[in-house]
Design a protein around this ligand. Structure first.
Ligand code: HEC
Ligand code: HEC
Ligand code: HEC
Ligand code: HEC
Length: 177
């Protein structure tokens, strides 16, 4: 990890604030296509296909809907929700990351993709790293707990419907087999 990123995180921790909530660790976002290369075979659980069928995959698209315009009006957000920081922060991956952290495979159109929950993949996606869980975790891989979800599933959302971790986790389950 780069020294300055570490310094920022230490300062943030000391101040008790989480400045890097949506873009942690300084790793590069590589995009869902890259993850899909190794995570779409049926024999290994097809995590990519499972994700594609969830609303997370449509989270950016949803900001273009009539319902989104209503939600925006209700929260006093003017202009196009697909361009409003107040909406994008929970409807895309890595919102607020520095431009240098967005690899060429990253697309906001992919909405809430793998890296929103598992961490930016730039330093753990290689086969040799992925096969060694400790190394992958050291490279930024996150095994998500409830804390990851409630960064977005909370009352700041104009459409908040409550959040029960076990129930919600079951709805997006994508086990290896
Ligand atoms: C080059 C192939 C490859 C790519 C690309 C890849 N993975 Fe993996 N991943 C693997 C393999 C292989 C395993 C299984 C390791 C094992 O079981 O030994 C794995 C395991 C995992 C696990 C489970 C870790 C555990 O042990 O509980 C997660 C989560 C994961 N990958 C997420 C991702 C995400 C997110 C991306 C994209 C940022 C990604 N992977 C990209 C090959 C890959
Ligand atoms: C704090 C994170 C967060 C923010 C900020 C946020 N959303 Fe959402 N949004 C969510 C979550 C999570 C859901 C899923 C609802 C649920 O199950 O609780 C959602 C659902 C939606 C839906 C689908 C509603 C439905 O009932 O099907 C729309 C449309 C939407 N949001 C629009 C917006 C707009 C427009 C903004 C900006 C004004 C916004 N959101 C800001 C997290 C957020
Ligand atoms: C980066 C923000 C973000 C994170 C992190 C996140 N979600 Fe979501 N989630 C959303 C948004 C936004 C929607 C609504 C998308 C839409 O309707 O367009 C949503 C929708 C869902 C839905 C569908 C709800 C329904 O009523 O159909 C489930 C289930 C869900 N999330 C579970 C989870 C779980 C479990 C986690 C953590 C492991 C998680 N989410 C992490 C933003 C997030
Ligand atoms: C909304 C959050 C969220 C998104 C998006 C997401 N995952 Fe996961 N993923 C989880 C959770 C939660 C688990 C279960 C962690 C645990 O073992 O407790 C998990 C587990 C996994 C596992 C391990 C499965 C097993 O059997 O141990 C793999 C592999 C994986 N995810 C890959 C992916 C890939 C690839 C993508 C994108 C195509 C993706 N995930 C998108 C939350 C997410």
């Amino acid at each position: 990890m780069k020294k300055n990123v570490l310094a920022i995180m230490v300062v943030a921790a000391l101040l008790g604030v989480s400045t890097l909530v949506f873009a942690e660790g300084g790793h590069q976002y590589i995009g869902v296509k890259k993850c899909s290369m190794c995570h779409k075979s049926a024999s290994k659980g097809n995590q990519y296909g499972q994700w594609l069928g969830t609303r997370h995959a449509k989270a950016y698209e949803a900001l273009g809907s009539a319902a989104a315009k209503e939600a925006a009006a209700k929260s006093g957000v003017t202009g196009n929700p697909q361009e409003a920081p107040e909406c994008l922060k929970c409807h895309v991956t890595g919102y607020g990351a520095d431009a240098s952290q967005l690899g060429k495979g990253y697309k906001k159109e992919d909405g809430v993709q793998c890296e929103a929950c598992h961490g930016a993949g730039g330093d753990y996606w290689k086969m040799s790293t992925m096969k060694d869980k400790a190394a992958a975790v050291a490279g930024g891989l996150v095994i998500p707990s409830k804390e990851v979800c409630v960064k977005c599933h909370n009352e700041e959302s104009p459409n908040f419907k409550g959040f029960n971790f076990d129930e919600y986790k079951a709805k997006i389950a994508h086990p290896r087999s």
